[in-house]
Design a protein around this ligand. Structure first.
Ligand code: ZN
Length: 232
């Protein structure tokens, strides 16, 4: 496969472009799915921040705070450093299927921490390395190419491969947080079966964006390996 790509540069570019198109599609899809289910009010009418509090308490996570942040509605996250579930205003105050799905997903990450779920621990070990790699790989790779130093080129490639590996570990973390969210929403009878279906759709669309980013990086990795090999 790699040999084929090395001898056909157009193939590498086509794969990258296909992955980028898929990634655009995934980001449009997550926005439109969320917008759709943000309009579906729940029968209970309870806001997502209250539900997040209930979920965390039901796992004994009284020390995890649910915090309102001034961010875009699709920017919501669990921060392990401050042990907080951070929700944008539309999610925080939302009493709708979309917001509750997203809030429960972030609680899912807090639960992963509490239960010492291995992939999230691994992923976090990687964070400092990834911060360095993302800033440095391209310069190192290009320096190696310009000064014709294959070892330096390889270092750049390895740094980029670490980013790809990081995105790969992110997948089980994200899928698992969503499945925890759905089972807790269902099991705790927080949402009805039909409402759960909507929340599941939102979380599925969000998960696709992680798959898409992985594919973009993976195809890019193939492309840079191919261009480095062609040079040698
Ligand atoms: Zn997540």
């Amino acid at each position: 496969m790699l040999d084929f790509i090395i001898s056909n540069p157009a193939v590498a570019y086509t794969l990258v472009i296909a992955a980028v198109v898929f990634s655009l599609f995934a980001s449009i899809s997550v926005k439109s799915t969320f917008n759709k289910y943000e309009k579906v009010q729940t029968r209970s009418g309870v806001q997502a921040n209250v539900i997040a509090r209930q979920i965390l308490d039901s796992y004994g996570l009284y020390n995890v705070d649910v915090v309102l942040i001034n961010k875009d509605k699709l920017t919501n996250y669990y921060d392990p450093r401050t042990n907080t579930v951070n929700l944008s205003a539309s999610v925080f105050y939302g009493a709708n299927v979309g917001s509750i799905g997203v809030a429960a997903h972030e609680c899912g990450h807090a639960i992963q921490y509490a239960k010492n779920y291995l992939p999230i621990k691994l992923r976090n070990l990687f964070v400092p390395v990834i911060n360095f790699s993302s800033g440095a790989w391209l310069y190192i790779f290009l320096a190696g190419m310009i000064f014709n130093m294959p070892v330096i080129v390889d270092v750049g490639i390895i740094l980029f491969a670490l980013i790809v590996l990081f995105q790969l570990i992110t997948l089980p973390v994200e899928f698992n947080a969503s499945s925890r969210a759905i089972s807790v929403l269902k099991g705790g009878e927080i949402l009805g079966a039909d409402e759960c279906k909507g929340a599941k759709r939102v979380l599925k669309a969000a998960a696709m964006t992680y798959v898409a980013s992985l594919l973009v990086s993976l195809t890019q990795l193939l492309r840079i390996i191919a261009s480095a090999k062609r040079r040698n």
